[in-house]
Design a protein around this ligand. Structure first.
Ligand code: AMP
Length: 414
């Protein structure tokens, strides 16, 4: 029978057996964040639409066509957050965090929403974890945040990862460069795809991402910003590279690297994985030295990244694992019900996972059920107060000391 109601297109249920892999990723990230001083900050799942229009940029694909926007009952336009950096900066300004010791180092994890065409690794509700270092323009911060993501992917064992590094220069350098790039694109308009041609003046950087052959030809001879970096921008980029070299982090400089959000300045980076298909990026980010000011705060340089939990899971390609149970308390006689329940609670308090039958099964059915939920050991409470302990792997069974059942279960092998 087909289910009458299904999760909306591009969304999915995280089933219990899939939850463990996710929890492992989140726990690894939380530990790495905590050790480096990136404290958790949770922002709401929806924000004023204007925050993303101003923060992410009106010319980006995200704002132009991917936002889930709705009106609340007061006629106010709200949007399900498509990304985490603008909300974090909003919170930084709102809570006066510029008055704290700088930089303020923050991390987050949670669901994000983009109305994209669903495919493997691309969903309409997905989960990101991320780190932001706000309030310093030191290249040390660039290197530190990049190392956090590198550490996380390494610790999780994500295979085939490559770090690509680029720079967009300061806001002014970027502006000057964009004029050069637009001139180049206008000079070759006839060879560009329709989509790129229509957006020359709106978002010329995206031309580097095009999969159109003609456009790619034009881009091969386009000026790149990495090659035209000057002064402090060039020094900053060189310093970041030196720090990564010193830390033994391998990377390739990619002069054509661009990102889909408007706020980036100077360093940008992307971790790609060769195990993934078209959606090959597991995580990425960059500097956004103008964003806090753009959102009404003081001029505040910052850098951060986000990684997709689903992409990491796809890259790891692990089998989902059922959780299993340490113990199941079965009863050979109805009269043992209360004792079984009390014992299961005691075992739980002692730190074991323990279950009892909640469906009125006969003993045979209870043992079958214990097997199905992956219980490693089963205690069988007999009518006369005695107890049997069965090891479900070996099938061995022996009498257990009825006065010491918790110790029997917590004290090692049966
Ligand atoms: P972005 O916020 O666009 O810089 O993306 C950062 C990371 O989030 C990417 O590297 C992906 O791992 C993940 N991501 C972005 N969009 C999606 C999506 N629609 N579905 C799944 N993961 C996504």
């Amino acid at each position: 029978m087909a289910a009458r109601y299904q999760a909306p297109r591009g969304t999915f249920d995280v089933l219990p057996e899939a939850a463990r892999g996710r929890a492992r990723i989140e726990a690894a990230a939380a530990a790495i964040f905590a050790r480096a001083g990136y404290e958790p900050l949770a922002t709401p799942v929806f924000e004023d639409t204007e925050l993303f229009e101003r923060g992410v940029g009106k010319s980006t694909d995200i704002v132009r066509k991917e936002m889930f926007t709705f009106e609340d009952k007061g006629g106010r336009s709200l949007t399900l957050r498509p990304e985490g950096t603008a909300p974090i900066c909003r919170a930084y300004v709102e809570h006066g965090m510029h008055k704290l010791a700088q930089p303020v180092k923050l991390s987050y994890v949670g669901p994000f929403f983009r109305h994209e065409r669903p495919q493997a690794g691309r969903y309409r509700q997905f989960h990101q974890l991320g780190a932001e270092c706000i309030g310093t323009d030191s290249p040390l911060a660039d290197a530190e945040v990049i190392m956090l993501l590198s550490d996380l992917l390494g610790e999780l064992g994500v295979p085939g990862v490559e770090l690509r590094l680029g720079s967009l220069g300061s806001l002014e350098a970027r502006r000057a460069y964009l004029e050069q790039l637009k001139a180049h694109l206008h000079a070759h308009e006839g060879e560009l795809s329709k989509d790129v041609r229509e957006r020359i003046d709106i978002n010329p950087l995206r031309a580097f991402d095009s999969d159109d052959k003609g456009t790619q030809g034009v881009m091969a001879s386009a000026p790149t910003i990495v090659d035209s970096l000057e002064g402090e921008d060039a020094e900053h980029f060189a310093a970041v590279r030196e720090l990564l070299d010193a830390a033994g982090i391998a990377y390739t400089v990619d002069p054509t690297l661009v990102r889909g959000l408007d706020y980036y300045t100077r360093t940008i980076f992307s971790f790609v994985c060769d195990q993934l298909g078209a959606q090959s990026e597991v995580g990425g980010g960059g500097r956004y030295d103008g964003l806090v000011e753009q959102l009404g705060g003081p001029a505040t340089p910052a850098i951060g990244w986000a990684a997709g939990i689903e992409r990491i899971l796809l890259a790891l390609d692990e089998e989902d694992e059922p959780a299993g149970r340490d113990a199941f308390v079965a009863i050979a006689d109805e009269g043992q019900r209360q004792r079984a329940m009390a014992l299961a609670v005691e075992l739980r308090h002692a730190g074991l996972s323990a279950e009892i039958d909640l469906a009125g099964r006969a003993l045979k059915g209870q043992l079958k059920h214990a097997n199905r939920i992956g219980a490693r050991r089963v205690l069988i409470l007999e009518a006369d107060g005695s107890a049997q302990l069965r090891d479900m792997d070996s099938g061995e069974q022996r009498a257990a000391d009825p006065g010491n059942l918790v110790d029997e279960m917590t004290g090692g092998e049966s």
